[in-house]
Write a protein of this length. Sequence first.
Length: 417
Amino acid sequence: MTIREDSKLVVTGFGDRKRRSHELSDQRLWRSAPAEVARLLRPGLSEVADQVIKEITVRIPEYSRPSDEIYIRAIRLAVDEALRQFVDRIENPSTPWEPDVFRTIGRGEANEGRNLDPLQTAMRLGARVAWRRLTEHAERLGLTPQHLYDLGEAIFVYLDQLADAAAEGFDEARARAAGEIERRRRRLMDLLLSQPAASPDAIADLAKTAGWRLPKTVAGVALDPHSRGYRAPSLPPDVLSGLDRPGPCLIVPDPNGPGQAQTLEAGLRGWKAAVGPAVPLAAAATSLRWAREALDLHRRGVLTEERGVLRCSDHMATLIVFKDEELVSALTEVRLAPLAHLRPSQQDRLAETLLAWLRHGRGAGEVAARLHVHPQTVRYRLRQLEELYGDQLSDPDIRFELEIVLRARQSVSSGTA
């Protein structure tokens, strides 16, 4: 392997770490140069560090902070430590590798919101300066061409170690940050669903630290826990997820926004779910409560949805009717009392005809078309209903109550069919 080839591996991302991991423990490269070379290099390390820092701060915009003394000291510490450990390894190839400083650097890059590209560029610049220094002083240091070859290769192997340590710190910081964000979002969901509702200021403050933009409206989404066998929902990052809650749920921001309905349908494919109505942020708990009631009615067969996700906005009348089932039952007993003495099959036929008549007008032809029966059959049934109800069918309030109880009866019958 030539130095040019090894350099190429660094430029293209430090190569495949797993494939070359054995090189990190190979002491042959470090044993090539005489140990006294380390003694000769140490007095010049400060000058080399100055050159490295100058290259880094001039050529990498992310590290150009001449007025930030704390930042400059951090760069100095990293460069000094990298050079010290490299020289120590030349003097004693069995010197333990101390990665903590470079893990800290990786964590710092993550906390600064950067990726590792600027750091890798800085490492390459540092390697270039160090290599140039070695070649310029090779004769004074007593280095043969073979020494230079091995030390050049050692520089790039050493860079892999630095990069690995920085990457470990970077990944650790990113994982910790992601975990903290997730904890804050869970707490935010608790606040949004709390009763009584949390103060707007508390919600706004927590939303800011959780990286969640406050929407104008939200919708609660109730998920059937028996759907856990399916894949996890694949949803946008701004959807708050409570899959681990006793009643698994989501909070979707701006549910009526462009493409939101399609995104939700696709993300919840395979799940039984109900979407509550869009409400102001402070009413998130109310939207979720409606969604849970809709999901319960769906389990009972009262509400059905062929398209996938059940939407409360498509079934508001039924949800209102079933909001107080005891009250609806009491009203049913009163308003359907004229049918009570009939056989169940007769009750069903007359109830179906009366509901169609109330919903679609009083023409026998239109009612017959809705029920798929002969108009004469409808006329016969309507005469029966007039005999049973008398003047009650002329009262608008009674007709309204009749439609409520008949719709409820129809929903229940459909769910138990």
